[in-house]
Design a protein around this ligand. Structure first.
Ligand code: ATP
Ligand code: MG
Ligand code: MG
Length: 380
C-alpha cells in the first residue's frame, strides 16, 4: 500500500520509518515547494499532487496549516484521514474552541477578537494577564502575545491589527484572547481511532515547555487522578470528528482539573516517547489506522522521557553511551531553536529513569536542555 502524507517534515519521516515494517510505502507532499518527495531522502519525484493522490491508497497529514485547495483535492478522493474537518479544526483556534464547547470539554475561558473593542472587553471579562493567540497561524508558541497591563493594549492591538489585515476574504485572520491559566503542570493525551471506531489511548504524558516550545515529556508516572478526564475528552472529541488516525490533546492541569489548551489532529511531539516507551508507537498506530489495519498496543512498556534537541548540530556521543538512550535525528539544516531531533531515555522503574536522566545532565547542559536535572531530581 502507498500512503501519501501532506507535509514532508520530521513527523512524515517518522511515520515513514514506522510504516516500512508494515509494508506501507510512504511518499510526502512538501507544501512549501509543492513537490512530491521521499520522506527520508527528500528526493523529488516527477509526480504531480493529483497523480500522487490517484496513486495513494490512503492520504494523511503531518500538520494542520495546509492550503484549502489541497485539502479539498485530498478530501474528494475519499481516502483522506482524519479528514478535512479535523485538519481545519486543528488549524484554527476558533473552530477548535467551538468543537470543545459542542462536546462540552472544558478549556481556558476565551474571547474571539476581530476589533479593538473586543480586546478591551476581554481584559475586563477575562481579567489579566491574558494570553493572546493568532487563530490560524503559529506553533511552538509563535504568533502569541502576553498582555499583563492596560498600557500594553495599544501596542499589542497594533500588531494584532496587522495580522488581521493580512487575512483575505477566503482565508480570514482572527485572534483569540485566553485567560492565562495558573496551571500546576501541562499534560497531553495521545490516542488512535480506527475506521471501525475502536479507540486505543496511551498513558498520560507530562510536558515541560520552555519559551512556548516543548522541551521534555515524561510518561510512566501515576496519573490516575486525572487520566479519566483526559481519556473522556479524547473519546468525545474523536467520536464527534469521526476521527481516523492519531489525535493529540494538550491540557493544563489546575489542581486536578484538566482544561484543554489545544488539539493536534496528528502525531504529536509529546507522543515521541512511545517509540521506545510503548508497545506500538504513535507513528505506527497512525499508519495502521489510516491504512485500515488493526490498532497496536498503546500500553506503556517502561517509564520513558523524551528530550527535544533544539538548535544543536548533533547529539553528543556521551549521550549515546548512557543505557537505554535512543537518538532520533530529523536530518534538517541547523537553525537556532529549531527542533533537530530528540532523545528517548527509558528505565525499568521511575527511579532508574531518574538515575539515567541524572547521568545525562553531565553531557546535556542545562541551558540547552532545560528540565532534565529537575525531572531527574523529582524521580529520585
Ligand atoms: P504547539 O507547538 O504546541 O502547537 P502553539 O504555538 O500552538 O504550540 P500553545 O500550545 O497554544 O502554542 O501555547 C504554547 C505554550 O504557552 C503552552 O504550552 C503553555 O505553556 C503556554 N500557554 C498557552 N496558552 C496559555 C494559557 N491560556 N494560559 C497559560 N499558559 C498558556
Ligand atoms: Mg499548536
Ligand atoms: Mg501547544
Amino acid at each position: 500500500m502507498t500512503i501519501l502524507i501532506l507535509g514532508a517534515g520530521q513527523l512524515a519521516r517518522m511515520m515513514s520509518l514506522a510504516g516500512a515494517p508494515l509494508n506501507l510505502n510512504v511518499v510526502a507532499y512538501d507544501v512549501g515547494s509543492q513537490q512530491i518527495v521521499h520522506p527520508l531522502t527528500n528526493q523529488v519525484y516527477a509526480t504531480t499532487l493529483e497523480q500522487a493522490i490517484d496513486d495513494a491508497d490512503a492520504i494523511t497529514a503531518e500538520f494542520e496549516h495546509i492550503p484549502d485547495d489541497v485539502l479539498t483535492l485530498c478530501c474528494n478522493s475519499n481516502k483522506f484521514y482524519p479528514g478535512k474537518q479535523a485538519i481545519k479544526t486543528g488549524g484554527d483556534r476558533s473552530l477548535e474552541k467551538a468543537l470543545l464547547d459542542k462536546t462540552e470539554v472544558a478549556c481556558a475561558p476565551y474571547q474571539l477578537i476581530t476589533e479593538k473593542a473586543h480586546l478591551e472587553q476581554a481584559v475586563k471579562t477575562l481579567g489579566k494577564p491574558l494570553v493572546i493567540k493568532t487563530c490560524q497561524a503559529g506553533y511552538d508558541g509563535k504568533g502569541q502575545w502576553r498582555l499583563k497591563s492596560d498600557d500594553e493594549i495599544n501596542t499589542i492591538w497594533a500588531e494584532m491589527a496587522d495580522f488581521i489585515a493580512s487575512g483575505t476574504e477566503q482565508a480570514p485572520h482572527t485572534i483569540i484572547a485566553e485567560k492565562m491559566i495558573p496551571f500546576d503542570r501541562e499534560v497531553s493525551i495521545i490516542g488512535a481511532r480506527d475506521k471501525e471506531g475502536n479507540v486505543a489511548i496511551y498513558p498520560l504524558t507530562e510536558n515541560q515547555h520552555t519559551n512556548g516550545v516543548l522541551t521534555l515529556s515524561l510518561a510512566g508516572k501515576d496519573n490516575s487522578l486525572v487520566e479519566s478526564q483526559a481519556t473522556s475528552a479524547f473519546t468525545r472529541i474523536a467520536n464527534e470528528l469521526n476521527y481516523v488516525g492519531v489525535l493529540a490533546i494538550e491540557f493544563f492541569d489546575v489542581q486536578g482539573t484538566l482544561l484543554v489548551n489545544e488539539i493536534a489532529p496528528r502525531v504529536h511531539n509529546s507522543g515521541h516517547w512511545t517509540q521506545q516507551g510503548a508497545h506500538c508507537s504513535q507513528f505506527e498506530n497512525h499508519m495502521r489506522a489510516v491504512a485500515g489495519l488493526p490498532l497496536g498496543n498503546t500500553q506503556i512498556k517502561q517509564p520513558t522521557a523524551m528530550i527535544n534537541v533544539l538548535g544543536q548540530e548533533k547529539i553528543p556521543n556521551e549521550v549515546l553511551k548512557t543505557a537505554d538512550v535512543t537518538s532520533h535525528w530529523y536530518g534538517k539544516g541547523v537553525k537556532p531553536g529549531r527542533k533537530m531531533g530528540h532523545i528517548n531515555v527509558s528505565g525499568e522503574s521511575l527511579q532508574q529513569l531518574g538515575n539515567r536522566l541524572a547521568e545525562l545532565t553531565s553531557c546535556l547542559p542545562e541551558q540547552d536542555y532545560p528540565g532534565v536535572l529537575a525531572t531527574s531530581k523529582s524521580l529520585l
